[in-house]
Ligand binder design. Structure first.
Ligand SMILES: [Zn+2]
Length: 309
C-alpha cells in the first residue's frame, strides 16, 4: 500500500502570505481559515511506519506537528518516522525545512548533484552533520530505493526524471554552485510501491507539458501537479509582481497550453494540484476557476489530505 499525505499544497509564501493583502490572503486571514495552506510538501510511505518527505518546506515544523503519522513513536525518547527527504529542486520552499531537522535524528537527503551543490555551497546546511544526515546523489532516469536509517529497504522505488523548469530563483543572474550546464534543477518523480506496483507522479514545478510527459503520465493512478498560477500573467494583472508563471518555470492551470487542457484524456486516476500560489483564484471555493478545475476532474487538496493507493 502506498500512502501519501499532502503536508502542504501552497506555493512559496503559503496562504496567507505574511505580507500579502490579495483577495485569497485576506479571506484566509479573516473569515475563511479553511483556505489556509502551508508550503508544498508531501510524505509517502509503503509500510505506514517509515516516511519520506518530498521536499522540506519552510513550514515543516508546523506540518509535522499536524500530521500524527510523523510523530515520534510512543515510549521513545528520541525518534522520528521520517527516514529521508527527496528534493526535487533547490528553491527555498523545497529546502529551507531541512534546517528544522537539525536535532540529530538520522535521515538521508536524496537530491540531484546540482541541488546537492547548492546545499554544499551554503554553509548553514552544515548544521546537518554528515554523520547523521547522509546526502545521496540521484540521477535522472535511474530508479532507486531509498533506505531506512538502519539500511533496510523502504519498499519504495523512486524514479527521477527531467521536467521543463528553471534553477532556483535566488540563483538568477548569479553563479550556480552546480555549474550552469545540464539539467537537474527541476525533477519530476515517479514513486512506486514495490509490493503492489501502484505508483504516483509528483511534479511541483513544470513549465510545459511535452508530448513525452503526456506519454509518461498516461494511465497513472495518481498525479500531483504544478498548480502555481491560474493564468500566466496573474501576478502582473493583480499588481502583485512582475513575473509571469513561465518566467518562474511554472505552467498555468488554464488556457490551451495549460495543465488542465494538456492533461485531459490521459486516463489518470486522480489529479491533484499542488504548489498553488495565493494569487490563484482556483483556491477560492465556489469561484468560476475552481469549478472549471473540479469539472475537469482536478482536486485542490487541503493540508493533511491522505490518499492510499
Ligand atoms: Zn496573497
Amino acid at each position: 500500500m502506498l500512502r501519501v499525505v499532502v503536508l502542504g499544497a501552497a506555493a512559496g509564501g503559503g496562504v496567507p502570505q505574511w505580507n500579502c493583502g490579495c483577495t485569497v490572503c485576506r479571506a484566509a486571514r479573516d473569515d475563511h481559515p479553511e483556505l489556509r495552506s502551508t508550503q508544498a510538501s508531501v510524505a509517502v510511505s509503503a509500510d505506514g511506519d517509515h516516511w519520506f518527505l518530498i521536499n522540506a518546506s519552510p513550514d515543516l515544523r508546523q506540518q509535522v506537528l499536524a500530521a500524527p503519522q510523523l510523530h515520534p513513536k510512543a515510549g521513545l525518547l528520541r525518534h522520528s518516522p521520517i527516514a529521508g527527504v527527496i528534493l526535487t529542486n533547490g528553491e527555498i520552499d523545497a529546502v529551507a525545512g531541512l534546517l528544522s531537522m537539525r536535532e540529530g535524528s538520522p535521515f538521508t537527503i536524496y537530491a540531484h548533484a546540482k541541488v546537492l551543490a547548492i546545499l554544499k555551497a551554503n554553509s548553514i546546511f552544515n548544521v546537518l552533520s554528515e554523520k547523521n544526515v547522509r546526502r545521496e546523489p540521484i540521477e535522472m532516469d535511474r530508479p532507486f530505493e531509498p533506505t531506512l536509517p538502519d539500511g533496510a529497504p523502504s519498499g519504495i522505488e523512486v524514479e527521477p526524471f527531467t521536467v521543463p523548469g528553471k534553477a532556483a530563483w535566488y540563483l538568477e543572474g548569479g553563479v550556480h554552485p552546480g555549474g550552469s550546464d545540464g539539467q537537474g534543477d527541476t525533477l519530476g518523480l515517479r514513486i512506486r510501491d514495490k509490493a503492489t506496483g501502484k505508483y504516483l507522479y509528483f511534479l511541483a514545478a513544470c513549465a510545459e507539458v511535452t508530448d513525452e510527459l503526456k506519454t509518461r503520465l498516461a494511465g497513472a493512478p495518481l498525479v500531483l501537479f504544478d498548480g502555481t498560477v491560474w493564468r500566466d500573467d496573474e501576478l502582473i494583472a493583480a499588481g502583485l509582481g512582475n513575473k509571469t508563471g513561465q518566467g518562474m518555470g511554472h505552467i498555468a492551470m488554464s488556457g490551451e497550453r495549460g495543465a488542465i487542457e494538456q492533461l485531459t484524456g490521459l486516463d489518470i486516476g486522480q489529479k491533484l494540484f499542488l504548489h498553488i500560489n495565493n494569487s490563484n483564484p482556483a483556491l477560492l471555493r465556489g469561484s468560476a476557476e475552481r469549478k472549471i478545475a473540479e469539472g475537469a476532474g482536478w482536486q485542490i487538496p487541503s493540508d493533511g489530505t491522505e490518499i492510499v493507493l
